[in-house]
Ligand binder design. Structure first.
Ligand SMILES: [Zn+2]
Ligand SMILES: [Zn+2]
Length: 334
């Protein structure tokens, strides 16, 4: 089982997970190979259909395609960051102490969403209903993870390619249920709560109103979703996909909103494939901690960030990114 340790100088947590060191890395080379150049099926891939018995895969969620075969499925991660609730306390416990330090048993859940049955299918080339199934799987998994009271937050993200931290070529994303809410999310919650208290309305709502009015950083506006190039983007061509309605927690999105929302993500990834030669990227679903489902000052959105190169000394030291493409210019890829 992993262990979380807190840095008393910053409040940040580190997961100590020696087990993860055994994780096989299929993506090894420094230069990313285009994932579309892999075969349609790989018999050594733990995620390809037909290999389930060899890799002991037991899906917890499965969505079918028009031919009644699985198209998208959710499985438990073999190399989990946190252990499941069978070995965790029934309720979250106070942090343990080692002298001056705090630590905590790595409780929670770690699932993988296998996004497509085909080994070399990338999300940027999927059909809208295929991407929708992926986002639907997040919703179904979130409802399962909610049953574990140790999961105070569900972290949903995707790493495509080696520069984004991907270790398997077969398209997948991840959902981690965690007892600890990362300090940067806590910080965003505090900043937005203060904005709400000072201004009387929520920060993302006012951002959206301003951007729609200004219009020069808007990529698309549909019935339920806005896609925009964020004003203070930290990375060239970073994009945000935001539901139009104020929703704090991903589990509160409706079916129609989800259809539009996943279409917004696809729209960004299609532009990356067409105009930017399919760069490695991460996306992260910003969703409130579970106990804060209904808060009026925090909003759900997806942040999509291409990964071009490793950070330099200034960026690593200061945590202030340097962006060489103005967000107003970045929308020209659409
Ligand atoms: Zn595969
Ligand atoms: Zn709002």
């Amino acid at each position: 089982m992993s262990e979380l340790r807190q840095d008393i100088l910053t409040g940040n947590w580190t997961v100590m997970a020696p087990e993860r060191g055994k994780k096989p890395k299929k993506l090894k080379t420094a230069k990313s190979k285009d994932l579309r150049d892999y075969p349609q099926y790989d018999q050594a891939c733990p995620f390809c259909p037909g290999n389930e018995q060899r890799y002991e895969i037991n899906p917890v969620v499965e969505l079918l395609n028009d031919h009644d075969k699985w198209s998208t499925r959710v499985i438990e991660n073999k190399y989990k960051i946190f252990d499941d609730f069978n070995t965790c306390p029934v309720q979250p416990e106070p942090f343990k102490k080692h002298g001056i330090y705090s630590y905590y048993q790595g409780c929670g859940n770690h699932y993988l969403v296998i996004e497509h049955c085909r080994h070399n299918r990338i999300m940027g080339e999927m059909e809208p209903e295929e991407v929708q199934r992926v986002f639907n799987c997040y919703l179904k998994t979130l409802r399962i993870l909610q049953k574990n009271p140790n999961n105070l937050i569900m972290i949903m993200f995707k790493n495509q390619g080696i520069k984004a931290g991907g270790s398997q070529p077969h398209a997948h994303s991840q959902i981690v249920g965690s007892r600890v809410v990362p300090t940067w999310i806590r910080n965003a919650l505090h900043v937005q709560e203060k904005y709400f208290d000072d201004q009387g309305h929520c920060a993302m709502c006012s951002l959206l109103n301003f951007e729609l009015d200004y219009s020069k950083r808007i990529v698309a506006e549909t019935e339920h979703t806005v896609v925009l190039s964020p004003y203070a983007a930290g990375t060239p061509y970073e994009m945000w996909v935001i539901p139009k309605r104020h929703i704090a927690w991903y589990g509160n999105i409706t079916e129609q909103e989800l259809t539009d929302f996943s279409a917004g993500v696809l729209r960004v990834l299609q532009a990356y494939v067409k105009a930017l030669e399919n760069p490695d990227f991460n996306y992260f679903v910003h969703s409130s901690p579970t106990p804060l489902k209904g808060i009026p000052y925090y909003r759900l959105f997806v942040q999509i960030v291409p990964r071009w190169q490793n950070k330099g000394g200034f960026e690593t030291g200061t945590k202030i990114p340097v962006n060489s493409v103005l967000p107003e210019k970045a929308i020209e890829i659409f």
